[in-house]
Design a protein around this ligand. Structure first.
Ligand code: E4P
Length: 217
């Protein structure tokens, strides 16, 4: 299972990259705006650190314009994956980009029927939004499970990228569901390391070691 961070913050990205567990990044206009960074410059900076797929989102409702923006984004760096919305126009734009060899991540996916269409046009990634479905009283993870089953039935190559992840249990559930990738905020990434018994156990071992040390010296 690949781990992506859902962030445009360079410190967070560097930290995860240094640990050797970072496979890629997803961004969206909100995350870039939060950093107050210049969009294209920040995407290039992220690609240089990660050396893996970096999703950058188009910002239009019109297929032609999205396709034009997607080409411009793809020219920024070979690691750029163009994020297009899972709408009719978004799929038209995705198709136009894919035929020119540009990788696409179909974002804002909320149903299996949408995911089927995404796979049929040959997108590299589909992003089911788990947390936002949970927010409206649906089991977001059921969608991930259903898409994984459908893609396996037909050996579709599109990778399932579980998105809108809110806590560490989402990461575990996505892994159990067979998602290819999970993209998470840094806060969730940090939660993955934590267990009170690990911290308590380490405190105890270090205290014991102090006692042993004083006996031998
Ligand atoms: C994924 O690519 C999106 O950027 C992201 O996961 C959205 O998550 P949110 O629902 O927390 O905004």
């Amino acid at each position: 299972m690949k781990f992506f961070l859902d962030t445009a913050n360079l410190d967070e990205i560097r930290e995860a990259a240094q640990m050797g567990v970072l496979d890629g990044i997803t961004t969206n206009p909100f995350l870039i705006a939060k950093e107050g960074a210049k969009f294209e410059k920040r995407i290039v900076e992220i690609c240089e650190i990660v050396q893996g797929p970096v999703s950058a989102e188009v910002t239009s409702r019109d297929a032609e314009e999205m396709c034009r923006q997607g080409h411009a984004l793809a020219r920024l760096n070979p690691w750029v994956v163009v994020k297009t919305p899972t709408t009719k126009e978004g799929l038209k734009a995705a198709r136009c980009l894919i035929k020119d060899g540009i990788k696409v991540n179909s974002t804002l996916c909320f149903s299996s029927s949408q995911a089927l269409l995404v796979a049929k046009i040959g997108a590299s990634y589909v992003s089911p939004f788990v947390g936002r479905l949970d927010d409206v009283s649906h089991q977001g993870m059921d969608l991930v499970r259903e898409i994984v089953t459908i893609y396996r039935n037909y050996s579709f190559k599109t990778q399932v990228l579980a998105a809108s992840i809110r806590h560490s249990m989402h990461v575990i559930e996505a892994a159990k569901a067979g998602a290819d990738i999970v993209t998470m905020p840094y806060k969730v990434f940090d939660q993955l390391f934590k267990h009170p018994l690990t911290e308590k156990g380490q405190d105890r071992f270090l205290e014991d070691w102090e006692r042993v040390k004083s006996l031998v010296t």
